[in-house]
Design a protein around this ligand. Structure first.
Ligand code: SAM
Length: 235
């Protein structure tokens, strides 16, 4: 029997609205429009509308839909915005952002694992978002200078501190959302750059993300893992 993913998608969206993760019409519309089942591997496709992260290979995950919705609400992107995402993964979050910024906007997404960047491009291609999303292989902790400045920046991997280049590459009046702190638990930070260039930081939910590996993130996987084993976390 074939699965009716669109029914599951709208049930999940209703649940995320009830739980308060979806709070605006634009995020609701985007979550209804993007088929998450086409961003997850075949062997976990039937779980595409469970509210949980799923493995996408290379030790990485596609985040739970509630986290995607909540972070998108915090970021509050607008039609026409230029958005930078760090950590393309499956490409799902980038597609959600692309739905909201619309044809006048653009999403630049940076992924450090070339195979995942390719996977994301395939997923974005078959769902029709590749025109509005540009995927770049590289260390996103450095941001992406050629296209800076950005109206909005979203980091979808855990950074030990806010990467300085990302603040620099944010427009005055712009906003950054990132999970920041030690492993395994971080806090979502909402960073607003005021028109005068000053920075205002607000703390939001506690979250669990895979590490941001790079010059302004964790040095390498070993350093990130050492953090966890030091704390007695069994992985
Ligand atoms: N946004 C993704 C999605 O919608 O599927 C999920 C992101 S996953 C939780 C985190 C991603 O960040 C992984 O794909 C990982 O390889 C990537 N990553 C980690 N460090 C990075 C860095 N310095 N630059 C770019 N990507 C990085």
């Amino acid at each position: 029997m074939s699965i009716d993913f669109s029914v599951r998608r709208s049930k999940l969206v209703d649940m995320l609205k009830e739980l308060g993760y979806i709070r605006s019409f634009k995020v609701e519309r985007a979550m209804l429009a993007v088929p998450r089942e086409l961003f997850v591997p075949d062997d976990v496709r039937e779980y595409a509308y469970d509210d949980r992260p799923l493995p996408i290979g290379y030790g990485q995950t596609i985040s739970a839909p509630s986290i995607v919705a909540h972070m998108t609400e915090l970021l509050d992107p607008k039609p026409g915005d230029k958005v930078l995402e760090i950590g393309t993964g499956s490409g799902y979050q980038a597609a959600i952002l692309a739905e909201i910024v619309g044809p006048e906007g653009c999403v630049w997404s940076i992924e450090r694992i070339p195979e995942l960047a390719e996977l994301a491009m395939r997923n974005l291609g078959r769902t029709g978002y590749l025109g509005r999303v540009r995927v770049v292989v590289g260390d996103g902790s450095l941001g992406y200078k050629p296209e800076a400045p950005y109206d909005r920046i979203m980091v979808t991997a855990a950074a030990p501190r806010i990467p300085e280049p990302l603040i620099e590459q944010l427009k005055p009046g712009g906003r950054l959302v990132a999970p920041v702190g030690p492993l395994p638990f971080q806090v979502l930070l909402v960073v607003d750059k005021k028109e005068d260039g000053s920075i205002e930081v607000r703390r939001d939910l506690e979250v669990v993300f895979v590490p941001l590996i790079g010059e302004y993130g964790w040095r390498d996987e070993r350093e990130a893992l050492a953090q966890l084993t030091e704390k007695g976390v069994i992985i």
